[in-house]
Write a protein that binds this ligand. Structure first.
Ligand SMILES: N[C@@H](CCC(=O)N[C@@H](CS)C(=O)NCC(=O)O)C(=O)O
Length: 203
């Protein structure tokens, strides 16, 4: 059987899936497709018609969307990374969707301002508004993490992987969690994992 192929460079949202596949420890082929023209080449559009990275091919399965890729990888290859019962499985789905709907859009407003907008064109009000908006989901996350070390209990799971992978960009923009001590403790633990370091070391 051929090994899975993961498309996408680490300096993009594909980092999330690279981190996920590194957590499983399986052998895989990494194709460092960028989000530039090579993600619009016909050969890549045949893999992901959306023209976005990441994408995964595993046997007959071709999959896009980083959260779905990680849920699949964890279930298929991740052992204890994937919840053992339906309730925790549903919680992992919930947190994964929560990360890309409650955190990502606000986080991206700050990322676009700080990393992709020339200094003279930045709008501090956008950063201010998004920072304020993020306090509500961060309070929710903090309250959940006050109950237990990780989102589903004592162990790091795919729920933590997906939420922490979305929030990895916060590190790049120097976003602090001074009012959310449990989030800070959890983010440090997740972002300190060797599998993430291996993913970041990839092209
Ligand atoms: N919701 C998707 C987003 C993927 C995404 O937007 N990837 C960006 C790179 S960070 C991309 O491929 N952009 C190319 C484009 O939009 O044309 C996921 O989480 O996988």
């Amino acid at each position: 059987m051929t090994q899975p192929t993961l498309y996408g460079t680490s300096a993009s949202r594909a980092l999330r899936a690279l981190w996920g596949i590194e957590e499983t420890g399986i052998a895989f082929t990494h194709v460092p497709t960028t989000y530039g023209p090579d993600s619009k080449a016909p050969e890549y559009l045949a893999v992901n018609p959306n023209g976005r990275i990441p994408a995964l091919v595993d046997g007959d399965l071709t999959l896009c969307e980083s959260m779905a890729i990680n849920l699949y990888l964890a279930k298929r290859y991740g052992g204890a990374l994937y919840p053992a019962n339906p309730a925790d499985e549903a919680r992992a789905w919930q947190w994964s969707v929560w990360g890309i709907s409650e955190i990502e859009p606000l986080q991206m407003q700050i990322v676009v301002q700080k990393l992709f907008t020339p200094e003279e064109k930045r709008n501090p009000k956008v950063v201010e508004g998004a920072t304020k908006g993020l306090q509500r989901p961060l309070r929710v996350l903090d309250a959940a993490l006050a109950q237990r070390p990780y989102l589903l209990g004592d162990q790091f799971s795919v729920a933590d992987l997906n939420v922490a992978a979305v929030m990895h960009l916060m590190k790049n923009i120097g976003f602090g969690y001074s009012e959310h001590a449990h989030v800070q403790r959890w983010a440090d633990a997740c972002h300190g994992r060797p599998a993430l370091a291996r993913a970041l070391a990839r092209p």
